[in-house]
Design a protein around this ligand. Sequence first.
Ligand SMILES: Nc1nc2c(ncn2[C@@H]2O[C@H](COP(=O)(O)OP(=O)(O)OP(=O)(O)O)[C@@H](O)[C@H]2O)c(=O)[nH]1
Length: 336
Amino acid sequence: MEQSLPVYILSGFLGSGKTTLLQRLLEHWKTQGLRPAVIMNELGEVNLDGLLVEQSVPMAEMLGGCICCTSRGDLSTELTTLVKKESPDVVVIEATGAANPLEIVDAVTETSLYQQVELKGLITVVDAAHLLELYRSQQGATYRLMQEQIRCASVLILNKTDRINAEEAEEITAVLRKWNAYAGILPAVRCELEPEALLGNIGGVYTEDRDSAEEHVHNAQDGQAGQVHASHDHVMAYTHYFKNPVNSEEFERFVKELPRDVYRAKGIVSFNDTSSRFLFQYAYREADFMKITPQGEVPDVAVFIGEHFSSSGLRTELLRLEKRLPARPAAVKRSL
Ligand SMILES: Nc1nc2c(ncn2[C@@H]2O[C@H](COP(=O)(O)OP(=O)(O)OP(=O)(O)O)[C@@H](O)[C@H]2O)c(=O)[nH]1
């Protein structure tokens, strides 16, 4: 009998470390002589994470929206096309951090009705510090979405443990165990794990609360609270294309001072005071800048993802940094 194609879903909140893990998994499969392929979904209009994946890896991109919100058929079609065109040995679907994984599970299982694909597991990456903060405040749509991503995982990576202490690690591990009694919990920094240990730890995909999820979806359609599908309809993305380079220090300050409801940002920028271009990352109030020489034509662009933030406010600031708007007048002190 023809062997079925293993498919993994990578889930986890925005900026938790999914792409970091994806890079490790791809590396692992390639050293085993396998041909992995990726389906990447981004809320912004450009695939910046894709730049971090080696060009030889076949990739299908679904940009500008969340796969769990577009029709399931779209993902199913992408998967079918990718399999036919590239004949991979393994496929990873990296969902936007705002996606509800159960919808993606559905799309993959739908594909397996007419293709030899087998959903091997749903890996959820958790930002330990971010979850801990939300758990302590116990509210908000982000909290509910994280909870959902954790509940249906077949293995959980408790990532960014460098940002919490041992007691906090114990506290958050107990929370994960409470929400998901079945999945293995693997603590990590930068998703540094033995891929064998990770893949070996994957049980089946836990969809036992599928019925209650369906119920929630219907509730969402009825406009009631506590929805699953609509759990992230508050999430928005703003994509900014730069026409001019900006000053590196001013830009770093801008990133550092991003409003709190922007919880993820990333982009490629050219500075007028450095020779190289930079890939910048911002996740849960931590920023990272990395020199980059992108292959092919890649514009200078930044994507901001968050809840109900003012995209026009960000745009104005960025235009100022680019000197496309006059600088803000210095605050005038009132003299008595
Ligand atoms: N401190 C710390 N930072 C990390 C760790 N793992 C990843 N990061 C950083 O967190 C940022 C986001 O990591 P990604 O792997 O891009 O996260 P993601 O989940 O793919 O992000 P989205 O695709 O936007 O949802 C990057 O700047 C990483 O370098 C970790 O264990 N500790």
